[in-house]
Design a protein around this ligand. Structure first.
Ligand code: PBG
Length: 340
């Protein structure tokens, strides 16, 4: 004999109509949750498509103005900038050149859309000829330290250059500096450099918990930044570790981070959710290039519905604890949300 549940245990009551589902919905997305990544390249009047990321382009500085106004018009509050310089070298000097690609881009965006927040991704991998996120120990190269292994990422010289580049980007008008290299002490070094240069009011959004992930593949094509040898496992986190994520986050909080980020997003929702429970700081999550590419590839095959699955993923990321989401879907999602 089947037992009929008592009428008081019927959660489906609250699912019957779209109206009641809306009334009891716990998590809602808004364009105000999104940060849109932009890739800026040298040259003029070009929009170079990124093969593995449909709808994403490397834009020249002049094209950014158009883009920035469109993004602001959709109610998206912020962009994050990645620069692809004309020339790369061992120390990534374009990153701290006041006329480098990102400072130019910041000024162009601020001119075109003054209220759009510009976050500057602060890392060296796009600027170094070896593609690593800082200075690499190599005979004959700057900062060579014979006692340390060849190929080792030199932590403290990198910190000095991160501080210098951050002040340059702040001077160009960056609203937030977002160090993404997982260099030990990067938040403290950047805080100190910003304060010393008169930018104590500029917040730091730290990529506090960034995993050595295969999901960054398409980004490295977009930013032309794959490491020329080895991988990033000596500085980015092991995907197997969760407690270590809390340690990284605590260090960044102690160093003065204003916003913490977890990256990638969907494969690390457990980490995001746990971090939400241990800090009161705003949390960002980065839905990375591979997450975007996967959904597009499946949708292009007719295997899933892009809009539905993209919005579901974004909702899940927010539900797990993100206050804001860096996503290549920002423009599309803002439009989808407006359509209702
Ligand atoms: C490093 C950086 C990376 C991403 C953002 N900042 C790449 C990396 O660590 O190799 C990846 C973002 C993405 O995959 O969408 N500057």
């Amino acid at each position: 004999m089947t037992t009929i549940p008592t009428p008081s245990f019927r959660p489906r009551r609250l699912r019957l109509t779209a109206g009641i589902r809306r009334l009891v919905r716990e998590t809602t997305l808004s364009p105000a949750d999104f940060i849109y990544p932009l890739f800026v390249r040298h040259g003029r009047d070009q929009r170079v498509p990124v093969r593995s990321m449909p709808g994403v382009f490397q834009l020249t500085v002049d094209q950014l103005a158009v883009e920035a106004r469109a993004i602001a018009g959709l109610g998206i509050p912020a962009v994050i900038l990645f620069g692809i310089p004309a020339v790369k070298d061992a120390v990534g000097s374009d990153n701290y050149n006041p006329d480098g690609i990102v400072p130019q881009a910041i000024r162009a965006i601020k001119d075109a859309a003054p209220d759009l927040l510009v976050i500057s991704d602060m890392c060296f991998c796009e600027y170094t000829d070896h593609g690593h996120c800082g200075i690499i120990n190599a005979p004959g190269q700057p900062y060579y330290t014979p006692g340390l292994p060849a190929g080792y990422l030199l932590n403290d010289p990198t910190l000095e250059l991160l501080g210098r580049a951050s002040a340059v980007h702040a001077q160009a008008g960056a609203d937030i500096i977002a160090p993404s290299g997982m260099i030990d002490g990067m938040v403290a070094a950047i805080r100190q450099a910003l304060d010393a240069a008169g930018y104590a009011h500029v917040p730091i959004m730290s990529y506090a918990v960034k995993y050595a992930s295969g999901f960054y593949g398409p980004f490295r094509e977009a930013a032309e930044s794959p490491p020329q040898f080895g991988d990033r496992s000596q500085y980015q986190m092991d995907p197997a570790n969760r407690r270590e994520a809390l340690k990284e986050a605590r260090l960044d909080i102690a160093e003065g981070a204003d916003i913490l980020m977890v990256k990638p997003a969907l494969p690390y929702l457990d980490v995001l959710s746990q971090l939400r429970a241990v800090t009161d700081l705003p949390l960002a999550a980065y839905q990375v290039s591979g997450e975007y590419a996967m959904l597009h590839a499946a949708a292009a095959n007719g295997w899933l519905d892009l809009r539905r699955c993209a919005l579901e993923s974004l909702t899940a990321i927010k539900r797990a604890g993100a206050d804001m989401i860096l996503t290549y879907f920002a423009r599309d999602a803002a439009r989808w949300l407006a359509e209702g």
